[in-house]
Structures are given as structure tokens and as C-alpha cells.
Design a protein around this ligand. Structure first.
Ligand code: 2OX
Length: 443
């Protein structure tokens, strides 16, 4: 039974406005984690530090003053936002999310409400403005990551137990509201916010502060897009309110993981190239995902109506690391040829098969087969709605080479698999005879 909530979901069901539709059609995004932690590069006193590099302050037990000294090393001789934007464009992303302020509390813009920001560094420039302008120029939408946790701010509290704690915590909330207002007014191009660090007891205890932030953002820009990770209701429920309703515009809980099957709501997965490094770690260890693995995840996400955001952690001198430039080149090459199976695509209501992922373009009527797992049999099985006919079947990038599907049983077809030479997935585009019920066929 539904209980009355004052600070639960402020809206129900999927958004149908143009701004959200654009978010959906973008499908492929980039995350940028950049801050003082980038200067440390996951090392301290010449030693490798275990754990996520953007958490090095805690992982290496660095004192406030030793950490703050990093501001004097924030020179960024190699920083060029236009180079970052060019590489993002080359990779084929349609949106980018940047850490305006991570848990460390250091701000990439000259904030009026703190001096723990770029203005206190030798670099001194408004990095955020240069990023927004460069990405906007490349036609890439910009989103702001903002951490509620703030290890630097004297009034941040991870828990509120005393009266003093609550006075401080509400001063901090006032600071946050001022910074969010500042971000939305100084950089009106921003399309949405990516909040993080909302798991602590202080936020869970005072869920209303997250309702207030949502209300503030909608007053300043009604089309603003914000995921579910911001929100806590008055009972402490996160992402989904106590009545099970999604709070926010999409499920924002898919961090370094993909759902098994398509969630009902809009959703987004954010992914690292190593196992768990967001900020720059000079020495990547463990499994480093290949471009092929990233493309598989992107196709999987699209096939389940979700967005996929790949993280880059620029180096402390402001340049991008070689591995990430390589990744952008390889993924971008694939997107050049196969992007029509991703951009503007949604789940195809067909029975999933073992060779990979189906996607369907929202209005060009094509069904795409993103083949990631090449069958030893050399045969790709396709099960279509009864009575369907495959009118045309080509490999993207080899449109001239038509494949001949063979009917196997009543509505099953087998398509001879083309040879895989380059170690990347390939895409088969199916044109089904007009009027087939693929549109609403339930697998
Ligand atoms: C998007 C990613 N979210 C941040 C994060 C994740 N976590 C975390 C905290 C507790 C359990 C699991 C993950 N803490 N910080 C990471 O630092 C990065 O910014």
C-alpha cells in the first residue's frame, strides 16, 4: 500500500520532453574525473597507493595541509580543453560529465563560496568554462558531476548526532545550494547534474535536503536532467522512494555494472577502463578493458534502453594518457562505421540470442544485430515474429555484401556469419518486410 510521502518521487513515469529524449538518443557519454587527486596519480611519497586514485587522501592518510599543498602544483602545462573535446568527438560520445567538485572538495571553477578552487592555483583559470566552451563547440552536451561529500568543507558531516552537527550540516547545505545555483547560472549550457556521495548517514537522515536541491534546479532550469542517486526520501529510502517510485529522471545506480535485463526506467551505466580507477592512477593494475569489451558493453546497454558512459582520468599535467587516446581512436573508428546501431536506438522486442545484442532504431525501422560472440557453427540464429520476412540483410561498412538468410523452421532464420578479421564486433542491419509487428512483438 502506498504511504503519503512529502519528499518522495516528485514525478512519475518516463519523461517525454525533448531534453530527456535527447539524453536517450545520445546513448554514449564520457566521464571526466579531474582534480587535485590527478596530481598524485595514485602514488604518495613515491609509493603506489591501493584503492581508487580519487580517494587517495583517505587511502594514504594524507593530512589536510599536505593534501592542500597540491593546489600549488596545479599548473596544468599540458591542459587544453579543445584537445579533450576533440578526442571525445573522435570517440563518438554525444555527452560528457565532468567532476566540478569531487569528494575532496576542490572546485574546477572560481567559486564565490570557497577559495578551495582553481583561483587559488598557479593555473588560475576557469577550467570549467574552458571545458564547457570546448565541448559545446564540438556539439557534445555537458553535464556536471557534483559530490555532496566534501572532505574539505568544515561544515560537511558524514553523520549528524549533536545540535552542533546539525547547525554545521545545514550551513553546508546552504553552501551546496549556493554552489549549484552558481554552476547553473555561470554555465547555463549545462544539461544536467550527476550527484554522488549521498550514501552517508547525514544525507539519509535529512532526505529533504535532496528534495530541496531538486526543487532548486527545476526552478532555475525546468529541463535539467538529474539521476536517482541524488535523492533520499524522508524515510531514508534512496533512488526509489518508500513507495517504490524512482526519484529522478533515470536509474543512476549502475556504477561499473550492467543490468542483466532491461530495467523499466531510463538508466545509465558509468564504467572505468581498469577495474576501479576514476581519477588518474599512473600504474593501472589488473584487467584493463579493451575497446572491443567497451563496445560490447555499449551495445548491451543500448539493447536494454540504457546509456553508457566511459570514464577518462586526465593526468596531473592536464594531458590525456596514451591508453585513453588509443581507446578513443579504436572506439571512434567503430562508431564511425556502426554508430547508427547505437545513436537513437532502443531495445528491439526480439528474443535475445547468444551471438550478441539486437538494437532497433527509433524511426528508421531497421533492426541491428551487434555480433559480439561469433558462433563456431558460422550460423547466426534469428527468431522473428511469425510471418516476418527479411527483405534485406547487410553488414554495416560492407553494404554491398548482402547476406542470404535461410529459413530454418516456422519463424526461425539462420544467417551465415561473415568472417571476423579485426577482433571487433560487427553489425548486421535487417530490413524486415513492411508492416511486420517487430514494433510491438514481445520476445
Ligand atoms: C562515480 C564514482 N563514484 C565514486 C564513489 C563510489 N564509491 C563507493 C562507496 C561505497 C561503496 C561503493 C562505492 N565511493 N565513491 C567514485 O570515486 C567515482 O566518482
Amino acid at each position: 500500500a502506498q504511504i503519503p510521502l512529502k519528499y518522495g518521487a516528485s514525478r512519475e513515469g518516463k519523461r517525454t520532453d525533448a531534453a530527456m529524449q535527447r539524453w536517450r538518443e545520445n546513448r554514449f557519454g564520457q566521464f571526466i574525473h579531474f582534480g587535485l587527486y590527478s596530481l598524485a596519480g595514485g602514488h604518495w611519497n613515491g609509493k603506489y597507493v591501493e584503492g581508487a586514485a580519487e580517494w587517495i587522501k583517505g587511502n594514504a592518510r594524507i593530512s589536510d595541509e599536505d593534501y592542500e599543498a597540491l593546489t600549488r602544483q596545479f599548473v596544468l602545462p599540458e591542459f587544453d580543453a579543445r584537445e579533450w573535446a576533440r578526442i571525445a568527438k573522435e570517440m563518438g560520445v554525444k555527452y560528457s560529465v565532468i567532476t566540478t567538485k569531487h569528494h575532496e572538495g576542490f572546485c574546477l571553477w572560481p567559486s564565490e563560496y570557497t577559495d578551495y578552487d582553481v583561483s587559488r592555483t598557479p593555473f588560475g583559470r576557469d577550467l570549467l568554462k574552458e571545458y564547457v566552451d570546448a565541448y559545446t563547440q564540438e556539439g557534445i552536451d555537458v553535464y556536471f558531476y557534483y559530490s555532496i561529500i566534501d572532505w574539505n568543507h568544515p561544515d560537511w558531516r558524514s553523520r549528524v548526532e549533536t545540535v552542533e552537527d546539525s547547525l554545521a550540516f545545514f550551513r553546508y547545505c546552504d553552501f551546496m545550494n549556493k554552489q549549484i545555483t552558481e554552476l547553473m547560472t555561470r554555465y547555463p549550457e549545462v544539461k544536467g547534474f550527476w550527484f554522488d556521495g549521498t550514501w552517508d548517514k547525514s544525507v539519509v537522515k535529512f532526505g529533504k535536503i535532496t528534495w530541496d536541491i531538486e526543487q532548486l534546479m527545476h526552478r532555475l532550469n525546468p529541463g535539467i536532467i538529474c539521476g536517482s542517486r541524488l535523492r533520499v526520501d524522508e524515510k531514508g529510502a534512496r533512488h526509489f522512494d518508500t513507495n517504490g517510485k524512482l526519484m529522478g529522471d533515470y536509474e543512476q545506480g549502475w556504477e561499473r555494472s550492467l543490468p542483466e535485463k532491461a530495467p523499466q526506467n531510463d538508466w545509465e551505466c558509468v564504467m572505468t577502463i581498469p577495474e576501479n580507477q576514476w581519477g588518474y592512477q599512473a600504474d593501472w593494475r589488473g584487467h584493463i578493458k579493451s575497446a572491443t569489451e567497451i563496445i560490447e558493453m555499449l551495445a548491451a546497454a543500448t539493447s536494454m534502453n540504457g546509456n553508457f558512459v566511459l570514464n577518462f582520468g586526465p593526468k596531473g599535467d592536464g594531458s590525456l594518457r596514451e591508453e585513453e587516446k588509443q581507446m578513443a581512436r579504436k572506439v571512434g573508428k567503430w562508431m564511425q562505421l556502426n554508430g547508427e546501431a547505437i545513436y537513437g536506438c532502443v531495445q528491439a522486442p526480439l528474443k535475445p540470442q547468444k551471438w550478441g545484442y539486437y538494437t532497433r532504431h527509433r524511426d528508421n525501422g531497421f533492426v541491428y544485430m551487434v555480433v559480439c560472440y561469433q558462433p563456431v557453427s558460422g550460423m547466426l540464429k534469428v527468431v522473428l515474429p511469425t510471418g516476418s520476412v527479411i527483405e534485406n540483410c547487410v553488414v554495416l561498412g560492407k553494404e554491398g555484401m548482402e547476406l542470404k538468410p535461410e529459413k530454418s523452421t516456422k519463424n526461425e532464420f539462420v544467417i551465415p556469419a561473415p568472417e571476423v578479421k579485426d577482433g571487433f564486433p560487427y553489425v548486421i542491419r535487417l530490413k524486415l518486410k513492411e508492416g511486420d509487428s517487430v514494433g510491438n512483438y514481445v520476445a
